[in-house]
Write a protein that binds this ligand. Structure first.
Ligand code: TRP
Length: 473
């Protein structure tokens, strides 16, 4: 989705970063002393803050003037030194570009691989099916070791799927469906077991929630997951609060990860600081452990060698970089990954959506009228200010959120292309583009709500029961 640009990447060297922060700090001070124009000072301060953040991410330490870094881990998820560099970690996404994050740069910085035409063709050959539109349109754009998974599949060696969801509120929004829909497609293509982790423990630690509330959100979210149509005979869905208490094998894997990752490493990877609670610091081990098949002895019959494939949004990668680093040291295969882009907020691709702002996205609980109003009122438009100008110059699909949403949800390639042409040429007006999105989402969400109504508490219980699935190991 983003253009290929090879700019300068951030310096990963903590000492260099330290010097950059110091120089930038001096610049801000002298601009202020000179009473420079407000916007110049603001821009310099913004750069200073982002440099400080890079420094903290790279070293796990706060920048302190006059104290160069001492003990650091060179694992970095940090942003670059340029003002326009994106920042991505599991808790925040920042970019100044209206088109959204530059994903090609992210691939280089995270050290993953692009899902290119060759890989997509191979997936098509191996599965015998047309690739999902998320693959065709670059929505799942990056991977780690996907060729290994395909080799295994071709050699009739088993693998399994793992994905997850942090239940931060009762209602999920359409963006949450992206990895879920793709995971379902993968499961159907490859006919493999799937485990879905609900990190209610994580949300308890990070949000202002009681343990009980977090668990209740997990159950409500599980109903939405079930409504997506997963096969009950092939899928195990669990809440951490539940499963951890009943599975010694899961806990043993958590413990093994905990023993092999230092505080310094998680500081470097996740930006934790000395004042974060110890629950947060040890949580990454809990998200790592389902990547190892022995966490599910009931499914894999105590086999140790079944490889895992994790479809997830790219912001979850830090967890799995850590997991892949630990895996060989504790005797397991490294999990493979497929990464998706972020789903843009209605207000524009600069931000990740927030479940707490009802106007930042379309929720699975929205009525047809709410969907219509939200899109008409809040979806950022790439159209021109007046009809005359729009007809003359055309709209910009690259920044138009309604168009972006259609790339996620309108499966028909020809129709999407027609819309793009018409909008870009100015023949299609913003209101008409929004109408196309409204008409795509309304039936999709109504159908979801219908299916969710059919989900009974017995079904929830069954999906959540540790049990053998329809596969023999
Ligand atoms: N941390 C994720 C979130 O907040 C939830 C999660 C747990 C997850 N395990 C995962 C996401 C595996 C993707 C894949 O949403």
């Amino acid at each position: 989705m983003a253009d290929v640009q090879n700019g300068d990447f951030c310096s990963r060297n903590p000492l260099e970063l330290f010097e950059q922060v110091t120089t930038q700090g001096e610049k801000v001070r002298s601009l202020k002393a000179e009473k420079a124009p407000k916007d110049e000072i603001e821009a310099a301060v913004k750069l200073l803050l982002s440099l400080k953040l890079s420094y903290k991410t790279a070293t796990g330490q706060e920048y302190k003037a006059g104290s160069p870094p001492t003990d650091f881990t060179p694992v970095s998820n940090g942003p670059g030194d340029a003002e326009d560099e994106d920042f991505v970690d599991p808790w925040s996404v920042q970019t100044s570009n209206a088109k959204g994050v530059d994903y090609d740069k992210l691939i280089v910085r995270f050290g993953s691989s692009k899902i290119d035409k060759d890989l997509i063709n191979r997936i098509e050959r191996v599965t015998g099916h047309k690739p999902h539109h998320f693959l065709r349109r670059g929505i799942f754009f990056s991977h780690r070791d996907m060729n290994q998974i395909l080799d295994a599949y071709e050699n009739k060696k088993p693998f399994y799927l793992y994905t997850g969801r942090g239940p931060s509120s009762e209602a999920m929004h359409v963006g949450h469906l992206i990895p879920i829909m793709f995971t379902k497609w993968l499961q159907e293509m490859f006919n493999v077991p799937l485990v879905i982790q609900l990190t209610d423990d994580e949300k308890y630690l990070w949000k202002d929630l009681t343990v009980e509330k977090a668990y209740q959100y997990a159950i409500e979210n599980i109903k939405d997951l079930i409504a997506c149509g997963f096969d009950i005979n092939k899928t195990f869905i669990f809440s951490d609060l539940d499963y951890l208490g009943t599975s010694p094998e899961f806990y043993k894997n958590i413990l093994k990860v905990q023993k092999h990752v230092t505080f310094n490493q998680v500081k470097g990877i996740f930006g934790f600081t000395d004042s974060d609670c110890i629950g947060k610091i040890s949580f990454p081990a809990i998200q790592a452990a389902p990547s190892f098949c022995t966490s599910f002895p009931q499914i894999f019959n105590n086999r140790k060698d079944v490889q895992c494939l994790i479809p997830c949004a790219i912001d979850q990668d830090p967890y799995f970089r850590m997991t892949r680093d630990v895996a060989p040291r504790i005797g397991y295969p490294k999990p493979a990954l497929m990464h998706s882009v972020f789903f843009p907020a209605l207000q524009g691709a600069q931000t990740k959506m927030s479940a707490s702002d009802p106007n930042s996205s379309i929720f699975l609980t929205d009525t047809p009228k709410q969907i219509k109003t939200k899109i008409n009122k809040h979806a950022f438009s790439g159209g021109k200010d007046t009809v005359e100008e729009h007809r003359k110059y055309g709209g910009n699909c690259d920044v138009d959120v309604s168009y972006m949403y259609l790339t996620f949800f309108l499966e028909d390639d020809d129709k999407l292309e027609q819309i793009k042409q018409a909008y870009t040429s100015g023949a299609l007006l913003t209101g008409e583009l929004k109408k196309a999105l409204i008409e795509t989402l309304q039936p999709l969400i109504a159908a979801h709500q219908q299916r969710r109504k059919q989900v009974t508490s017995e079904m929830v219980k069954e999906f959540m029961t540790p049990r053998k699935l329809a596969f023999d190991y």
